[in-house]
Design a protein around this ligand. Sequence first.
Ligand SMILES: NC(=O)c1ccc[n+]([C@@H]2O[C@H](COP(=O)([O-])OP(=O)(O)OC[C@H]3O[C@@H](n4cnc5c(N)ncnc54)[C@H](OP(=O)(O)O)[C@@H]3O)[C@@H](O)[C@H]2O)c1
Length: 275
Amino acid sequence: MDQKNLVIIGSGNLAHALAIRWLRSERISRLSVLARSQKFLSQGWNEALRRRVTYDPAILGGAHLVVLAVKPKDAMAALHQVAHHAPNSAVILSVVAGISVAKIRSMLPTMGIVRTMPNICSEVGRSVTGYSLDGIADTDRDHALLLLSELGDAIETPEAWLDPMTALFGSGPAYVLEFIGSIVNTAVNLGLDRDVARQLALRMVVGTGELALTESGHTLGDIQQRVVSPGGTTEAMLRVLHTQRWPEIMESALHAAGHRAQELGRETAGSIHPA
Ligand SMILES: NC(=O)c1ccc[n+]([C@@H]2O[C@H](COP(=O)([O-])OP(=O)(O)OC[C@H]3O[C@@H](n4cnc5c(N)ncnc54)[C@H](OP(=O)(O)O)[C@@H]3O)[C@@H](O)[C@H]2O)c1
């Protein structure tokens, strides 16, 4: 059992997913949430989680590891709180889109830094999480990696990858659900029951992912071709997707998310006030 104090700053969507997952883990016991308001707490935070919530930043004084889970616009103010209250020996683990290690370092000159990009599937231990490390001792790194491994697959990446990974995998569950939502709506229009269509669509996506993961020696195109019979239904569907420029639409959407991640980093650039 991990005896280190973990403090999550923020009580929004991602903070909730992380807290739920880490509290389910038998390895993590000392977890607190530093909230700013009750806004999100009335939306799905159960009693066990609420008991972990405080509004007093002094909680940071006993932290071994601080998880920064606020919006980019609030990150500098929250980092200022960390600089003021947390011990120099603490580690900061940021999940904030667009806030670079250099910006965090400018506020926290001596702390070990883990910049990460998980996604909301953390709640069920199925996130794909990129991370970059800076100025962190070996034992602190091992502790941080233990926490990330509870969320799903974690992979160390160059920091430059984290903005694209934000678009592709941090935001990813949203476009996957957009895609699944289209299938469900069409199924309903074709006469299927909505709940049945939802179950089938979700299981199809999970099944397709598992098949492709199992067959990692084959290209995605090879696996796709196994579904396509000449003159058949799949071919008709793929023709419409390509005629209506689905690949280009997806690429534009993902680029928009990537550019936004970079903008968010720049928008906070003026608000750095080292403690
Ligand atoms: N949501 C995702 O799927 C996802 C995935 C990957 C990365 N991220 C990153 O995770 C971060 C949080 O995203 P989110 O979707 O969870 O946002 P969110 O739902 O808006 O939650 C942000 C939370 O931070 C709180 N907060 C702000 N300043 C604070 C402070 N000084 N002390 C304590 N709490 C403070 C807010 O308080 P109030 O309740 O008072 O507003 C709110 O509860 C973002 O930087 C985002 O880039 C999110």
